[in-house]
Ligand binder design. Structure first.
Ligand SMILES: *[C@@H]1O[C@H](CO)[C@@H](O)[C@H](O)[C@H]1NC(C)=O
Ligand SMILES: *[C@@H]1O[C@H](CO)[C@@H](O)[C@H](O)[C@H]1NC(C)=O
Ligand SMILES: *[C@@H]1O[C@H](CO)[C@@H](O)[C@H](O)[C@H]1NC(C)=O
Ligand SMILES: *[C@@H]1O[C@H](CO)[C@@H](O)[C@H](O)[C@H]1NC(C)=O
Ligand SMILES: *[C@@H]1O[C@H](CO)[C@@H](O)[C@H](O)[C@H]1NC(C)=O
Ligand SMILES: *[C@@H]1O[C@H](CO)[C@@H](O)[C@H](O)[C@H]1NC(C)=O
Ligand SMILES: *[C@@H]1O[C@H](CO)[C@@H](O)[C@H](O)[C@H]1NC(C)=O
Ligand SMILES: *[C@@H]1O[C@H](CO)[C@@H](O)[C@H](O)[C@H]1NC(C)=O
Ligand SMILES: *[C@@H]1O[C@H](CO)[C@@H](O)[C@H](O)[C@H]1NC(C)=O
Ligand SMILES: *[C@@H]1O[C@H](CO)[C@@H](O)[C@H](O)[C@H]1NC(C)=O
Length: 540
């Protein structure tokens, strides 16, 4: 029966222990040579501290059970009930400690740090802070409590203000002022077997303005800003703040660690201050001498610490500049070249239909008149073979050009008045026409082969626009059967090949080419371009 009760009580104890800070250790900081007390949490439901043994374990270098010292007092360490007292802390004591009830799997953890000099990091983590309001009374309270061990008795408290030499029994301000803020150290001393042992606490006194005075701000950067940087480059990030108290401070943190001001380090910060009536403008520059991959993976925080307000944090991070993609650049170039090539090919292959289409539908006509009477002068020359245009072909050619496409033609046998000097008349016709079309005829319908020689000089001299129609069999360069003057002309002018009856329809390649070189007729009539009309003519 008794055992059953004990088991139930024990179970209760274990349960309650499980709930006590299972893993997050309590952090303790002690100055070397001073006393520190590790107090195991009170297990309220469990009033059997005498029976259920407390086990302290030392995880400094090697695990070491301290249980057995419960009543045994050593030179520097004392274990009493829930308390572990280290009278004079040394670096050897630094480490992890745990306390637990015997047989319990759950423990309570402590992490003890023994310091010799008070660094900013230590102060940040271990200091207590007290806030007082300007122009009001303020009494500073030393933390700590009496130690529940019979032969350790509280002796006294002594205060020091950092930077001042004189100790004080207490810190009391009937009217506290801004200048009173700062770091204070209170030292409690305890008496044990005639010896005094000290425990110090770092206290920060913040004096806040009574009324809402101007508040310090960080003006740039903004929280969450990301700075694009190049690996290996030097990067300077300015944190700008406006403050109203010389005791406010701005500095950079890398993750949670303070960045140093030592400019021989890869990452450091420097600062400038400028005071005017409008507050203290502070610029704190975070300098990366050479940005590394490691720097990119960290967050940096600009922190403004003030006595009169809550600290301000601005977080920033670095990101690598996007590298130009050479692949996409190459693809663009290839695409561009392809598009250009296709465009050129399309132009070369389809320039005639496209030009004609535009001319016919959009109406890209020559707008300015050059004062000439005719669009073209059809001049026949004697073809050397029977492939030349016969009478019927010539009539068709003339009627299609005039009636279907609306060209105004000068024709030798129509517009040259008989009796006129032939050469004169022909020259006149050339003069009055925009283009001269040389048409092979068989049988011969030319005004005379000598004439070509006569007008050749005139054609060249006047830069007359000339279209040379040749037959399929006109092997200009080899046959040598063409008059010499014609050979010269074929080389320098536009050539269109006559392919017999297949060239006789208005929609044939022959007419397309011819019209292309003739350009648009001056007085084209829309009617003449209707397909129906074209059909009429072709069926004729
Ligand atoms: C534990 O027992 C002591 C006396 O032995 C008593 O003063 C205390 O109140 C008890 N605590 C609880 C939580 O029961
Ligand atoms: C604890 O100390 C006693 C003597 O004080 C000793 O007999 C016992 O073996 C010790 N136990 C352990 C676990 O060290
Ligand atoms: C913990 O163990 C180390 C050596 O392992 C020793 O120097 C130190 O004094 C021990 N701490 C306590 C509180 O007994
Ligand atoms: C103390 O515990 C922390 C984790 O809480 C661990 O990182 C550290 O290495 C431990 N130190 C020692 C000396 O065991
Ligand atoms: C407690 O530990 C002792 C030895 O240290 C062991 O004999 C006992 O069985 C344990 N009890 C429980 C409940 O684990
Ligand atoms: C404890 O503190 C008092 C007052 O600050 C000082 O005089 C004394 O030397 C200290 N003792 C030790 C052991 O540090
Ligand atoms: C800035 O980062 C710290 C940790 O580095 C974090 O605690 C804090 O919440 C962040 N602040 C903002 C505004 O994101
Ligand atoms: C700055 O850092 C360098 C390299 O870490 C070190 O040698 C130098 O002593 C440091 N200077 C100061 C003033 O801390
Ligand atoms: C800090 O140092 C860097 C590099 O020398 C410089 O560019 C920057 O202007 C300095 N910033 C301040 C606030 O002095
Ligand atoms: C930096 O901060 C951002 C957002 O505050 C967060 O998502 C990211 O995980 C942080 N990076 C690191 C390395 O802490």
């Amino acid at each position: 029966m008794m055992l059953k009760v004990l088991v139930i009580v024990l179970g209760f104890c274990l349960k309650s222990l499980t709930g006590v800070h299972p893993l997050t250790p309590k952090e303790l900081y002690v100055k070397e040579g001073e006393m520190v007390v590790l107090q195991c949490p009170h297990f309220t439901e469990c009033n059997h501290t005498g029976d259920a043994k407390m086990i302290w374990t030392n995880y400094t270098n090697q695990e070491m059970a301290l249980t057995n010292m419960s009543s045994v007092e050593q030179m520097s360490v004392l274990v009493h009930e829930r308390s572990l007292v280290i009278f004079s802390a040394s670096v050897n004591h630094q480490g992890n400690y745990s306390c637990s009830l015997r047989n319990s799997s759950s423990q309570s953890w402590f992490r003890l740090t023994v310091y010799t000099t008070q660094t900013r990091e230590i102060r940040k983590r271990s200091s207590y802070s007290q806030i007082c309001y300007a122009q009001e009374a303020c009494t500073m309270q030393c933390p700590g409590e009496n130690i529940p061990i019979p032969d350790i008795t509280f002796n006294s408290i002594v205060w020091h203000k950092e930077g001042e030499s004189l100790p004080k029994k207490s810190v009391y301000f009937s009217v506290v002022e801004q200048k009173d803020h700062g770091v204070y150290i209170c030292t409690r001393s305890y008496l044990h077997h005639g010896q005094l042992y000290n425990t110090s606490y770092i206290m920060e006194l913040h004096v806040r303005p009574k009324d809402n005075e101007k508040t310090a701000v960080i003006t740039s950067p903004r929280d969450g800003d990301v700075f694009n940087v190049d690996l290996g480059s030097t990067v300077v990030i300015d944190c700008k703040a406006v403050m109203y108290s010389e005791f406010d401070g701005v500095f950079w943190l890398s993750e949670t660690v303070f960045v140093e001001t030592n400019n021989s380090l890869p990452v450091y910060y420097n600062s400038t201050q400028e005071e005017n009536g409008d507050g203290i403008k502070t610029t704190v520059s975070l300098v990366f001498r050479k940005v590394s991959e490691d720097d990119l993976s960290k967050n940096y925080t600009c922190k403004l610490e003030s006595n009169s307000q809550n600290p301000i944090f601005v977080n920033i991070s670095l990101a690598q500049n996007a590298r130009p993609s050479y692949i996409s650049l190459a693809v663009s170039v290839v695409c561009f070249v392809l598009v250009m090539t296709v465009t050129v090919i399309i132009y070369v292959k389809f320039k005639i239909p496209v030009t004609l289409f535009l001319r016919d539908t959009v109406g890209c006509h020559r707008s300015t008149s050059d004062g000439k009477r005719y669009d073209a002068f059809l001049m026949y020359y004697e073809s050397d073979t029977d492939a030349g245009l016969n009478d019927h072909d010539r009539k068709s050619l003339e009627s299609i050009l005039e009636e279907v496409y609306g060209y105004n033609l000068c024709l030798f046998d129509r517009n040259v008045i008989p009796g006129e000097a032939v050469a004169e008349a022909v020259l006149d016709c050339i003069e009055q026409s925009r283009t001269v079309v040389l048409v092979p005829s068989f049988p011969d319908a030319s005004p005379g082969s000598g004439l070509l020689n006569a007008i050749h000089a005139a054609l060249v001299e006047r830069q007359t626009c000339l279209v040379f129609i040749k037959t399929d069999t006109t092997e200009v360069s080899t046959s040598g059967s063409l008059p010499e003057v014609l050979q010269v002309l074929t080389e320098v002018r536009h050539c269109v090949t006559w392919k017999g009856t297949s060239s006789m329809t208005p929609s044939s390649t022959f007419f397309k080419q011819l019209r292309y070189y003739l350009r648009a007729p001056e007085h084209a009539t829309k009617k003449s371009l209707l397909p129906q009309t074209i059909q009429d003519v072709t069926s004729e």
